[in-house]
Design a protein around this ligand. Structure first.
Ligand code: NAP
Ligand code: 8YV
Length: 324
């Protein structure tokens, strides 16, 4: 440990490249969970940076008197109380852009798997059923002729929209602010979007403003041929309402990469044949996760060196580095 280096705390699990770079470039302290009681007051006073992929609430932030930056591993930073951090002059950074194409690619894959049942068709081959029973049944659902709605046309939503546009599909979207740089059809409400489309891709950030926004009414508006794809945050979807809608065929199918209580997935969802489920893997390639890891550590290095953060979250965009 080189005592002239800033001290960086890693609470909970994190990507191995973040950990190895933090250990190489700073004084690193790792604790099992984000519990300040795991550190004595003297150690807490040394911490100037946090690298994390877990819940960082106001109480945890307040336990570190010299904290200058929280570098979140992930573009979604709903787990960090960024408003409180900003009020204390603590910078918060996330990992935008470097994962957008990967997440958009995975979303298109999830949509196709949901409609054309490709994971089930592969399982059919591997089980020897093709030879024993004949061709896999024709799928009742197809991407052809669909109209896509994107709930959240930000960096990732736009990357998804561009891909699906290239598949020849009309694109609609809902955001709070209409974009003036796209020709897609904007709807000022989520309900209006759900009524206008049969394929809804949910890619808004988590948090209070989007909590259970996709509820029974939205699913009913999507309709019996409707397909829901959820890759933003599990909190945005009312999972109980989705289970009922899938079971009663009020919508046709759903593909989910994110869940309300990860890594726990309700058994009722797993039991449904018309649900296609992934374990939060949309950005999970080695190269994309390495790029995210580098952004986490480069943000720490820049801010603690007195330079601007590379990717501050909007709540902290105006912050100046505290002297000292
Ligand atoms: P972004 O560029 O900030 O885009 C967010 C979009 O959502 C914007 O278009 C924003 O437009 C819209 N939005 C935000 N709050 C809204 C609200 N209350 N109602 C309607 N629209 C709202 O973020 P991004 O980089 O695309 O990432 C989006 C999210 O994807 C992340 O926050 C994260 O939760 C999730 N994600 C998941 C994975 C995964 O592995 N599954 C990977 C990466 C990201 P307005 O501000 O105009 O409303
Ligand atoms: C990561 C994500 O899986 O960037 C995000 O918001 O959800 C994913 O890329 C996650 O952040 C890892 O902690």
């Amino acid at each position: 440990m080189n005592s002239t280096q800033p001290t960086i705390l890693i609470p909970g699990g994190i990507n191995p490249r973040v950990r190895s770079r933090v250990e190489a470039e700073f004084d690193a302290i790792a604790i099992e969970t984000a519990d300040p009681a795991l550190l004595d007051a003297g150690t807490r006073a040394k911490v100037t940076g946090i690298a994390s992929a877990t819940i960082i609430d106001a109480g945890f932030i307040d336990a570190f008197p010299n904290l200058a930056i929280i570098a979140n591993f992930g573009v979604g930073y709903d787990v960090v109380d960024a408003r409180h951090a900003a009020s204390r002059g603590v910078m918060v950074t996330n990992t935008p852009d470097v994962l957008s194409d990967e997440v958009a690619d995975t979303t298109v894959g999830l949509l196709l798997n949901t409609l054309r049942e490709l994971p089930k068709a592969e399982a059919y081959v591997r089980a020897g059923r093709w030879a024993a029973e004949g061709p896999y049944p024709l799928t009742s659902l197809t991407l052809r002729g669909r109209t896509v709605g994107i709930f959240g046309l930000g960096r990732i939503g736009l990357a998804i929209a561009r891909r699906l546009e290239a598949f020849g599909l009309p694109i609609h979207y809902h955001t709070r602010n209409k974009r003036n740089d796209v020709d897609f059809t904007w709807h000022d409400t989520l309900g209006g979007l759900a009524k206008a489309v049969d394929t809804l891709v949910v890619v808004v950030p988590g948090g209070a403003a989007t909590e259970k926004a996709v509820n029974a009414d939205i699913l009913d508006a999507l309709g019996a041929q409707g397909v829901l794809i959820s890759v933003g945050r599990g909190s945005t979807l009312d999972e109980d309402a989705l289970i009922v809608a899938l079971r009663e065929r009020r919508i046709a199918a759903a593909g989910l990469d994110v869940f309300a209580h990860e890594p726990n997935v309700p058994q009722a969802l797993m039991d449904l044949p018309n649900a296609c489920l992934l374990p939060h893997v949309a950005s999970a390639s080695v190269s994309t996760r390495n790029a995210m890891a580098d952004l986490v550590v480069d943000n720490l290095a820049a801010w603690l060196d007195g330079r601007p953060a590379l990717t501050p979250v909007p709540e902290c965009a105006g912050l100046d580095r505290k002297p000292g």
